[in-house]
Design a protein around this ligand. Structure first.
Ligand SMILES: NC(=O)c1ccc[n+]([C@@H]2O[C@H](COP(=O)([O-])OP(=O)(O)OC[C@H]3O[C@@H](n4cnc5c(N)ncnc54)[C@H](O)[C@@H]3O)[C@@H](O)[C@H]2O)c1
Length: 280
């Protein structure tokens, strides 16, 4: 009988395997017996089957990286991302446009029963408030066209982070409808604040005390591993009937917000009134 939890002999690719959640995924997948191929702008510290240096801002290089890894794959893990300390065009360019293009390059190579998972963010949980705009953006299916749209809509895009993650959630759900006809699943996660190298960027912008409000009610940041394990589950055969899911990995934050038990807007306003600001 097939072991639905097993990654033994599965061939997987990971975008963003240098640090944080992607590195944690890579380490655990190697331990589980997968053949792991990784790409990142910086060399991964994990002992992978292959590592390919790739700057996801370089769209033609994405195709070359996919061709050089080559072959068929069982699972695609999208963990690369940029915080909003970078220019908005780079943030949306990497977090959505490049991740989408990289994934689309892999889709013809994904074996029947294979799966894709992408890390979004709990900062994207209100995506439905601007669904029409996000769908307008997602309807542009070329990287050049999408980058031109971003340049024309900088006021909508803002700092790029929330917009890019909202776009990932909408694209994941829309793409799931077609892909399941080919036997491919696609899902996303919405992590709460996580102790990875990106955290210092978030803290420099938002301030630790305000960021900590997004770590309620558990009162702590997750570890990279606590984010990696659900990603590995979603791409395993054990999640064989899960597709188009946007899974909060936030230890009850979404539950609290959805039921009105946690009112982040009110808490942030109170913290600001109390003199909290990004330097704290
Ligand atoms: N840390 C958090 O609190 C948090 C919360 C929600 C969502 N996320 C998301 O989780 C994902 C993983 O981030 P993390 O927290 O592990 O941080 P991280 O900085 O450790 O990981 C990001 C990875 O992306 C790679 N990367 C960045 N720019 C790249 C480029 N141009 N080309 C190729 N690779 C590039 C980095 O080298 C790194 O390996 C990101 O998409 C991030 O937006 C993080």
């Amino acid at each position: 009988m097939t072991d639905v939890w097993s990654y033994k002999d599965k061939r997987v690719v990971i975008a963003g395997c240098f640090s944080g959640m992607g590195e944690a995924c890579a380490r655990e997948l190697v331990r589980l017996g997968a053949e792991v191929h990784g790409v990142d702008i910086k060399k991964s510290p994990v002992d992978l089957a292959t590592f390919t240096q790739l700057d996801l801002r370089d769209i033609p290089a994405i195709e070359q990286a996919v061709a050089s890894i080559g072959g068929a794959v069982d699972a695609v893990f999208n963990c690369a991302g940029l915080p909003q300390t970078f220019p908005a065009t780079d943030v949306v360019g990497v977090n959505f446009v490049a991740i989408r293009y990289w994934t689309e390059q892999w889709i013809p190579r994904i074996r029947d029963g294979g799966a894709i998972v992408t890390v979004a963010s709990n900062s994207a949980m209100n995506y439905q408030a601007r669904l029409a705009l996000l769908k307008e953006f997602i309807a542009i299916d070329t990287p050049d066209g999408a980058l031109a749209w971003i340049a024309d809509h900088l006021a909508d895009v803002g700092d790029g982070y929330g917009f890019s993650k909202e776009a990932l959630l909408v694209w994941t759900q829309m793409r799931s409808v077609d892909l399941i006809q080919r036997g491919i699943r696609i899902n996303a996660t919405l992590p709460s604040p996580t102790a990875t190298p990106m955290m210092k960027d978030f803290e420099s912008l938002t301030g630790k005390r305000i960021l900590d409000l997004f770590a309620l009610p558990s009162g702590r940041q997750s570890t990279a591993e606590e984010q990696a394990w659900p990603l590995i589950f979603l791409n395993s055969a054990a999640a064989g009937f899960i597709s188009g899911a946007c899974l909060p990995v936030d230890c009850a934050f979404t539950g609290g917000v959805n039921t009105g038990l946690i009112d982040v807007g009110k808490l942030v306003a109170a913290a600001r009134a109390n003199g909290d600001h990004p330097s704290k």
